[in-house]
Design a protein around this ligand. Structure first.
Ligand SMILES: *Cc1c(COP(=O)(O)O)cnc(C)c1O
Length: 228
């Protein structure tokens, strides 16, 4: 694939996705300014990240520390916001803090404590990931632990509590899953008004997430193509 073709391909993927986001916002009576598209670039080369940035993308998501750190380091333009969207082992907190501006997957107090041992120039925005069906397979704390993890993040000097994140569980209607997450977000904001971000929705279900109030959608394959 030539570079020119890849630019066209990414532009098309981006434009069609942005159109779908706009449409979903309109259907939900929301402003598209209230929804940030985090373009999930995992497994794709840094050349794609650079093209996406040229096309106006501001936020990218990565799920593996060993992949994301080197990718960010290779960028010549440092204006992108990098989102860590995958499970973080506590012994990787220091490394993740080197490249992530936002961590979507804070799901336990011990991980907050690991971040607290890192020195950062500015606090990292943090979302508490909730497992809506209690299955820990893809990360996330059980619903009952949301408050205690959020308290820990709010008390952290390295992390700054920004909201909640979830992945729709297999076998649960996405619209129901995202409605549950929205209700949890409302509860959390009663105690922490700054925690207003809701990270929900991927290629398969981002329209449902937008109608349920998502502020951040994490979209990979609709823009970059199916991952190998
Ligand atoms: C890979 C990934 C995404 C993006 O998935 P697509 O289906 O490619 O849009 C979103 N969120 C998380 C947590 C991911 O791991």
């Amino acid at each position: 694939m030539s570079v020119t073709n890849r630019v066209d391909e990414l532009r098309l993927g981006l434009e069609s996705t942005q159109e779908r986001v706009r449409h979903a916002c309109q259907q939900a009576g929301r402003s598209s300014n209230d929804v940030t598209v985090v373009v999930v670039t995992k497994t794709y080369p840094v050349s794609d990240v650079e093209i996406l940035q040229e096309l106006g993308v501001t936020d990218v998501g990565e799920n593996k520390d060993q992949e994301a750190g080197p990718k960010r380091a290779q960028m010549t333009n440092h204006d992108l916001r990098w989102h860590a969207i995958g499970q973080v082992q506590s012994n990787k907190a220091k490394s993740v803090a080197q490249w992530a501006d936002v961590v979507h997957s804070v799901d336990r107090v011990s991980l907050v404590q690991a971040f607290d041992r890192v020195v950062v120039p500015t606090p990292i925005q943090a979302l508490v990931q909730v497992s809506l069906d209690g299955d820990p397979a893809r990360g996330g704390c059980v619903i009952a632990d949301l408050a205690v993890v959020a308290e820990a993040v709010a008390g952290s000097s390295v992390l700054s509590l920004a909201g909640v994140m979830a992945v729709a569980p297999l076998g649960m209607e996405p619209s129901r899953a995202f409605a549950d997450l929205w209700a949890m977000s409302q509860g959390l904001q009663a105690d922490f008004p700054q925690a207003a971000w809701i990270s929900a929705g991927m290629t398969q279900d981002f329209e449902a997430a937008i109608s349920a109030g998502a502020t951040h959608v994490r979209i990979g394959s609709a823009i970059l193509g199916n991952r190998a």
